[in-house]
Design a protein around this ligand. Structure first.
Ligand code: BGC
Length: 516
């Protein structure tokens, strides 16, 4: 199998250290950053399907939805760029923030970036919850976006650095688990608040985003900075003390020495952004762009953002739609657990490939089911029970496939494959590309559904094939490789080895002996 070579143990390092309570608590707290992100991903779709919200802020959309006749084309009933802008604008703000967050993480540490993210997020949630006019909604969404940009830039890196390498995959996936729990909680709350008789339920849905924000602010205040980050900022002594505490053993000399060496090598790189363009970082840059791009092209966010809208389009009532969104949200969170328990055993590549096959099959079944009932004119007649059941079941299997592959791995793999010297910059590229395409899917989904009809699912199925081939051919396995040794996977890769510098060349530049 292409790329399976690293499993033979091309890394000889075996740093001592156990999964200490400190590490575990650290990772759990850091993962609250994922809760913030998830809550927001999941909340907007339900809110935009609530009539009182639409009537107050988007009266044209409300009128359009309610004036459509059952014999009209159902594919187009939610086609509104204003409505999708409410969901998508946040991801543009997140894009901008993730670029600045890279500078903040490098200069002040991952922890401070997390705290800043939490504060911005709290302000955004308050503005949204008390919104009286559309501008308050938009400014609130932008603040939320800035917060997400900060958290997504810092959390995955922080967890990867603090976790002992043997458990890095599973611990890092707590971030994705937190995302899915955030989405699921948002789905449940939307379902409950939509029932409020005074029509103000949307305020609670939007305002409660402040709760995970408070959790991350408090949590991050007590977190230690990662040893890598302390070394990067010239606090070697403190870094060693921290490493001893995190690993639960005094025997950290070898790991510490390697961390210092990696940091010294990274200082040679004065301009991480332009360095990323050098050919030696070609595999890293390619992955930082391709992985988030493909993650969004799975089409998962059509479900995350618009499940209630999608279910309403294909004939479900308002309550049934919010209920079905809750079911798919639950599948998403549960299936993420599978990934957590298997990723460090079966490895990243197998999960990517299995998840891809599962999503592909489901997308074809969903396209066939919707196509057979709605055809191209979007006029389904009476919908039988089997139809609703088939769509919900296959959407759940599809969501599960994503939840144990591209969902968590889309964040884990980029966080562990970059060398320290370009890690912050490359992670910013990763988050930015993710946000650009999250924005794009959020913005164009209703128009795509209106024009491509059931073919939309075939469109995403095509991309799932392309991304699976990409993983098969180009992604090396990173299971069980210490983060300081990660350059080996590229040196040993049959395609990428011509781009990267060998360790021997790097050591020559860094001259680590004089530093320790
Ligand atoms: C993705 C999000 C997606 C979520 C769904 C995350 O990994 O980045 O775009 O909404 O998974 O669970």
């Amino acid at each position: 199998m292409a790329g399976g070579f690293i499993e033979k143990g091309s890394s000889e390092k075996n740093y001592p250290g156990k999964l200490t309570f400190r590490v575990f608590i650290t990772c759990v707290t850091a993962a609250f950053g994922g809760l913030i992100f998830g809550y927001d991903l999941g909340i907007s779709g339900g809110v935009t399907s609530m009539d009182p919200f639409l009537k107050k802020f988007f009266p044209d959309v409300y009128a359009k939805e309610h004036n459509i006749k059952p014999t009209d084309n159902q594919y187009c009933k939610f086609d509104s760029q204003v409505l999708t802008l409410f969901t998508s604008s946040l991801y543009l703000a997140a894009l901008v923030a993730s670029i600045f967050a890279s500078k903040v993480t490098r200069a002040f540490g991952r922890r401070l970036t997390m705290i800043s993210g939490g504060v911005l997020f709290l302000a955004g949630a308050a503005l949204n919850g008390f919104a009286q006019q559309v501008w308050m909604l938009i400014v609130g969404r932008m603040l939320l976006g800035f917060g997400i940009g900060c958290a997504n830039q810092s959390v995955p890196i922080y967890v990867s650095e603090v976790a002992p390498y043997k458990y890095r995959g599973a611990l890092n996936m707590l971030f994705q688990l937190a995302i899915t729990i955030g989405i699921f909680v948002a789905n449940i709350l939307n379902y409950l608040f939509a029932k409020m008789e005074n029509g103000e339920g949307w305020r609670y849905s939007l305002g409660l985003a402040g709760v995970p924000a408070i959790m991350i602010i408090i949590g991050a205040m007590f977190l230690p900075d990662s040893p890598n980050s302390l070394i990067e900022r010239g606090q070697a002594e403190k870094a060693k003390e921290e490493l001893i505490k995190i690993r639960g053993t005094d025997d950290v000399d070898e790991e510490f020495k390697d961390l210092v060496a990696a940091s010294e090598a990274s200082k040679q790189v004065k301009h991480p952004w332009s360095s990323l363009l050098k050919s030696e970082y070609r595999p890293h840059l390619t992955m930082a762009i391709a992985i988030p791009f493909f993650q969004q092209l799975t089409g998962m966010n059509v479900i995350t953002f618009y499940a209630p809208v999608l279910f309403k389009t294909i004939g479900f009532g308002g309550t049934a739609s919010l209920m079905s969104a809750m079911i798919t949200g639950g599948c998403n969170a549960l299936a993420t657990l599978v990934s957590i328990f298997t990723v460090d055993k079966v490895g990243r590549r197998k999960l990517f490939l299995e998840g891809g096959a599962q999503m592909f099959i489901c997308q074809l079944v969903i396209a066939a089911a919707i196509g057979s009932k709605f055809g191209t004119d979007g006029n389904p007649g009476v919908l039988p029970k089997w139809f609703a059941l088939t769509v919900v079941v296959f959407i759940c299997i599809y969501v599960a496939g994503f939840a144990w592959s591209w969902g968590p791995l889309g964040w884990l793999v980029p966080s562990e494959i970059f060398p320290l010297e370009v890690r912050s910059a490359a992670q910013s590229v990763n988050v930015s590309v993710n946000m650009i395409f999250t924005f794009a899917i959020a913005q164009v989904f209703t128009a795509m559904l209106c024009h491509m009809k059931f073919g939309l699912f075939i469109f995403f199925a095509f991309f799932v094939i392309v991304m699976s081939i990409f993983i098969y051919k180009f992604l090396p396995e990173t299971k069980g490789v210490p983060i300081e040794e990660i350059s080996l996977v590229w040196e040993n890769h049959p395609y990428w080895n011509k781009f990267v510098k060998s360790s021997a060349q790097k050591n020559k530049i860094a001259a680590p002996d004089s530093q320790v």
